[in-house]
Design a protein around this ligand. Structure first.
Ligand SMILES: [Zn+2]
Length: 201
């Protein structure tokens, strides 16, 4: 029973693969020898197409008592506010990825202070990681994938217009932790949003 449930879960969380990326022939779902779950396996050359979670790396850029937010210029959640973050590139460290995304989305140079929040988002096979960082010069701009960028104080955070729960939680933790001067790394799980309801801010 447990194995069946687990197979269903995995099917839901993997993308369909039709053709082998190595030889172009059709693939089929099967459990490879020694494995415990279905994979897309090429019937011609035997290549197994593993699918593993993607990592999203981002920054919480801090400048005095304000933090830097970007307004998304692309879907999903276009027009909503977010922290600069994006998919890690191959060959990149998570800190370098977080810095790069901050340069791209907010034209801002930051110095990483340390890892702050880690979110498992298993229903979309992602792991999100945010670093606290200082905005070195206080200078920033609006990157190609953003509509706007602003330094905001706690009282000005647009809580109802934040793009994703991982952003809301990171900001909420930060303003609470700042009061105590202690910033422990937090690891949390993000459940799927309920259908038919707007995403919480
Ligand atoms: Zn093949």
């Amino acid at each position: 029973m447990a194995a069946k449930r687990s197979a269903r879960r995995q099917r839901r969380y993997t993308a369909a693969v039709n053709y082998c990326s190595a030889c172009g022939k059709p693939v089929a779902r099967k459990v490879p020898p020694g494995d415990d779950r279905e994979r897309f396996v090429c019937g011609h050359c035997g290549v197994i197409h593993y699918q593993n979670p993607k990592v999203v790396a981002g920054c919480l850029p801090i400048c005095g008592d304000r933090v830097l937010l970007c307004q998304r210029g692309i879907e999903p959640r276009k027009g909503y506010w977010t922290l600069p973050a994006g998919f890690l590139e191959a060959g990149e460290t998570i800190a370098a990825g977080a810095e790069r995304e901050t340069r791209e989305e907010a034209l801002a140079q930051v110095s990483i202070i340390g890892l702050y929040t880690v979110f498992n988002v298993p229903h979309i096979s992602q792991v999100h990681m945010f670093f606290r960082a200082t905005l070195d010069s206080g200078q920033f701009g609006v990157g190609a994938e953003s509509l706007d960028a602003r330094l905001v104080a706690e009282r000005d955070v647009p809580w109802d217009e934040l793009a994703f729960p991982v952003v809301s939680r990171t900001l909420a933790h930060y303003f609470r932790d700042r009061g105590e001067g202690h910033f422990p790394v937090r690891v949390e799980d993000v459940p799927p949003l309920r259908q038919g309801k707007p995403a919480p801010g």
